[in-house]
Design a protein around this ligand. Sequence first.
Ligand code: ADP
Ligand code: ADP
Length: 221
Amino acid sequence: MIEFKHVFKSYGQSANILADINFNISRGEFVFVSGPSGAGKSTLLKLIGGLEPPTRGSIMVNGQSLDSMPARERPYLRRAVGIILQDTHLLYDRNAFENVMLPLAVMNLDYKKAASRARAAIAKVGLSGKEKLNPIALSGGEQQRLAIARAIVNRPAILIADEPTANLDQDNASRILEVFRDFNRVGVTTLIASHDMPLLQRHANRTLLLEPGRFKDLGKH
Ligand code: ADP
Ligand code: ADP
């Protein structure tokens, strides 16, 4: 589902952030990417989502090779990959429902169908009844769940999230992980970057450890 072969990444003239990264993630897996801040976790997720090109090496996502993919096709990749970045990019000039409707605007669905999908996504993350609220009126955990609803409303095969539990207390963090697990149970391949070691230890999953200059597949533990 996601395959990295000898992937290198540097920004401009900088040293390699990622050097010779190799791994395979199968359809339906639930995987953590852990490691200290600055190790390159966000960069790894952005490569998978096609938001950044690799400097060298080959990346396959959902049966497509990113190497040969022209920039104009990247939006198609984006439809296969739901991304929640650290800055959730929620829009505060519209309500929660309208935020979730956004990714559907480019899909030529009629309004009724799009609205029913958006409502379903909002229900799945436990935010029914809050559709009309501005995201600013939601708690941190609720905003994170709204970002998840927006990321899955297109029904992507892959869901990736960058530090989705940052700034949340333990209860809210666990709740967020449960939301991801629900999507994973119905077959969505899920990849979560986090440096919250206690959280990762509470939820045993396959873990890819990224440290400056070192990459290790710790397997399931
Ligand atoms: P992590 O998510 O593990 O904290 P990042 O992938 O965000 O790590 O960052 C890894 C390194 O790459 C950091 O040193 C960061 O400053 C650098 N970096 C990230 N994005 C950019 C960018 N767009 N341009 C230049 N350097 C960047
Ligand atoms: P930026 O480059 O400023 O992060 P983008 O245009 O790449 O902005 O994306 C804006 C936001 O849209 C991102 O923060 C991301 O959360 C969301 N997004 C992008 N692609 C997808 C996708 N396939 N599924 C869900 N959300 C997406």
